[in-house]
Design a protein around this ligand. Structure first.
Ligand SMILES: Nc1nc2c(ncn2[C@@H]2O[C@H](COP(=O)(O)OP(=O)(O)OP(=O)(O)O)[C@@H](O)[C@H]2O)c(=O)[nH]1
Ligand SMILES: [Mg+2]
Length: 297
């Protein structure tokens, strides 16, 4: 069988995680309109009769303002090495800028085959698309260029078909029924964080981390205790909301989705704790899984 690794790289908000989920026909990565949603590289595995492709979703590469952001960039770039193909995801609805230039320059250094995946074409008309394709094709010697819409699943079949041509005959890395590489606890925390991102504004989404503190099974139900960390008292107030309205909303949305994903009845108990400046504390970042073990020496 053909097998190999494909890294999804790009600026925040380009649609990497949306594309990952679409390629797998399953939600394994959280998505939000806020930049810097993804904080860890995650693997999504797509297996069919003649191939296994391991897609690696990565954090958006950006100018960091905290130790967390610096580690997210590092995580993205380290996962762009050693793969068979890089998908460089670009949001076609925003103009080219210094952020893209930076990502492009780093991609040029590692000489792997890069596909330009021009996303969100559902937001463009034909002329705009044509203009973009011409200007982008001059910026780098892309092996392939695919205009797509991850959201509307437009042109993904072609992308998959051509990707397989770049893979060698190899081993099957994961069992055929495995779709992601992380433990269930990770998606529990991520879904809670996604609902916080979707319900809050400005600096709050970026200041939040979620820790699953306890999971108990009671007959056919799961009781999950999740701690939402924020950086300031004012953020704690926002997350809890007037008479607890906000935290109830977040909890309800997260519970519904977790019930779908995990296929069992869920009781979700949310708590909020202020952990001052956690985004700059190395020990906290390690504890939260935002610094990888390899970086520890
Ligand atoms: N219109 C349109 N919106 C899209 C498309 N793909 C993604 N989006 C939206 O773009 C926003 C960002 O999507 P994500 O998948 O979270 O982007 P990302 O590249 O993973 O972002 P980070 O994790 O922050 O790096 C979300 O609001 C998506 O719904 C698309 O093809 N068309
Ligand atoms: Mg993402």
């Amino acid at each position: 069988m053909k097998s190999g690794f494909v890294a999804l790289i790009g600026r925040p908000n380009a649609g990497k995680s949306t594309l990952l989920n679409a390629l797998l026909n399953q939600k394994i990565a959280i998505i939000s309109p806020k930049p810097q949603t993804t904080r860890n590289a995650i693997r999504g595995i797509r297996t069919d009769e003649d191939s296994q492709i391991v897609f690696v979703d990565t954090p958006g590469i950006h100018k960091p303002h905290h130790a967390l952001g610096a580690n997210m960039n590092k995580e993205a770039l380290s996962n762009a090495g050693g793969v068979d193909v890089i998908y460089y995801l670009v949001d076609g609805s925003v103009p080219f800028g210094s952020g893209d230039e930076y990502v492009l320059n780093t991609l040029k250094q590692n000489r792997l085959p890069v596909f330009l995946v021009l996303n969100k074409i559902d937001l463009l008309n034909k002329d705009e698309l044509m203009e973009l394709l011409i200007s982008w094709s001059k910026r780098y010697d892309f092996k392939e260029i695919f205009p797509i819409s991850a959201k509307e699943e437009d042109n993904l079949d072609a992308l998959l078909k051509v990707t397989k041509n770049y893979l060698e005959d190899g081993i099957q890395y994961y069992p055929s029924d495995q779709v992601c590489d992380y433990p269930e606890q990770f998606i529990m925390a991520e879904i809670v964080r996604e609902k916080v991102l979707l319900n809050t504004e400005e600096e709050v989404p970026h200041s939040v981390a979620v820790v699953i503190e306890r999971i108990r099974r009671k007959r056919d139900s799961l009781i999950i205790n999740a701690m939402i960390l924020v950086e300031r008292d004012s953020q704690k107030g926002i997350i809890i909301g007037k008479q607890g309205q906000m935290i109830r909303k977040i909890g309800m949305e997260a519970r519904k989705e977790l019930e779908e994903i995990l296929g069992s009845r869920i009781f979700l108990e949310l708590f909020v704790r202020v952990e001052k400046d956690w985004r700059n504390k190395e020990s906290k970042l390690k504890q939260l899984g935002y610094i990888q073990m390899e970086d520890e020496e």
